[in-house]
Design a protein around this ligand. Structure first.
Ligand SMILES: [Zn+2]
Length: 348
């Protein structure tokens, strides 16, 4: 019975070869050889399948590699985070989670720290909060299963952004570090430069027009700073626009109105589904014209409870409200995770 079916198959294959030969003949020697190998492999696999009904190596057979989450080291995830749900209850995490980009706006009190996890597993960290928040950021990164930071961005040299970066760099393997070309004579900034140097890393300049080579269908382009000088250190902020499929994010650091005017004048695309509101919602950022150009559906304000600066400012909140933007705040919502599948952004 088995021999008969193989014979029948061989006849069918020969007929196919005969009719297809005209086309194969026109192809090169290499292509012909490949076609023959493919046929041979096909015949062997069918014969094997006939010999072991139901046990053949089908398209989803034993040769398929393990789902990524199982191959990774076990991770202690905080209860209720997306990570813990996936690794514990999702029966097919690879199929379900492949192609998702996650942006975690970490709750670091007054300051900024944002972890971007790309669909292919790469990690980007934008700022790491204050010196005091450093250990919190390190702990959070571990909970999000970060083994390596492929890219670290310090938006500008203020302590509430770069304060914790030295501890992060001392803890994790780091690929590339981006900083704007401006210095600050503070202990925090010197500690950051020392950590970079001790790790044998170099600083890559973050400025308008510089893109980060990410792959995975994700594009990341710096759109600020564009000028050689700014009066306010905040306007030096490295502003990153990240796009994944049809979705986009704008990370603005503490860029103020001067930087916003510059970005608007450059006519670079500013549109984003999610806007990281600049300068913790200060009055002097997120102007009406800038907000109109970005046209976000969601905004995230990274801000500390009861901070001394009066952030976020009532006028900024009003501008966001008038623009119909849904606002999230780390002082009220804690860490906020946005998930993009390339078609839409899902917020908590
Ligand atoms: Zn700040």
């Amino acid at each position: 019975m088995m021999t008969l079916s193989i014979l029948a198959l061989l006849v069918a294959v020969l007929l196919t070869v005969n009719s297809g030969w005209y086309f194969i003949r026109r192809a090169g020697k290499k292509a012909r050889r490949q076609a023959l190998y493919a046929l041979l492999a096909f015949i062997i696999s069918v014969a094997a399948a006939a010999g072991h009904p139901g046990g053949g190596p089908g398209p989803s057979g034993s040769l398929q590699s393990q789902p990524r989450s199982q191959a990774q080291a076990p991770v202690q995830a905080p209860a209720g985070t997306p990570l813990s749900r996936e690794s514990q209850t999702n029966p097919s995490p690879r199929r379900e989670e492949a192609g998702k980009l996650r942006v975690h706006f970490l709750d670091v009190g007054q300051g900024d720290a944002i972890l971007v996890q790309l669909p292919g597993g790469q990690n980007i960290l934008i700022d790491a909060g204050t010196n005091e928040a450093g250990p919190v950021v390190v702990q959070d990164l571990k909970q999000y299963a970060v083994a390596k930071l492929d890219y670290v961005i310090g938006t500008h040299p203020h302590e509430d952004h770069i304060g914790g970066l030295d501890q992060v760099i001392n803890t994790f393997p780091v690929g590339k570090v981006y900083l704007p070309r401006v210095t600050n004579n503070t202990a925090s900034y010197r500690e950051l430069l020392l950590a970079i140097k001790n790790k044998g890393l170099k600083v890559t300049e973050a400025r308008a027009g510089v893109s980060i080579p990410l792959g995975d269908g994700v594009q990341a382009l710096f759109i600020n700073p564009a000028k050689k000088n700014y009066d306010d250190l905040n306007d030096w902020s490295a502003v990153l626009r990240l796009t994944y499929g049809q979705t986009s994010f704008l990370f603005t650091g503490d860029a103020g109105s001067a930087a916003e005017e510059e970005m608007l004048a450059s006519h670079q695309p500013l549109r984003a589904d999610v806007l990281k509101v600049a300068h913790h919602g200060s009055r002097t950022a997120t102007g009406t014209a800038f907000l109109k150009a970005v046209a976000p559906a969601y905004a995230v304000i990274s801000v500390g409870k009861g901070n001394d600066y009066g952030h976020p400012h009532a006028q900024t909140l009003k501008r966001l409200q008038q623009a119909g933007v849904k606002v999230y705040r780390t002082d009220r919502d804690g860490t906020i995770t946005a998930v993009s599948d390339g078609r839409e952004v899902i917020m908590p």
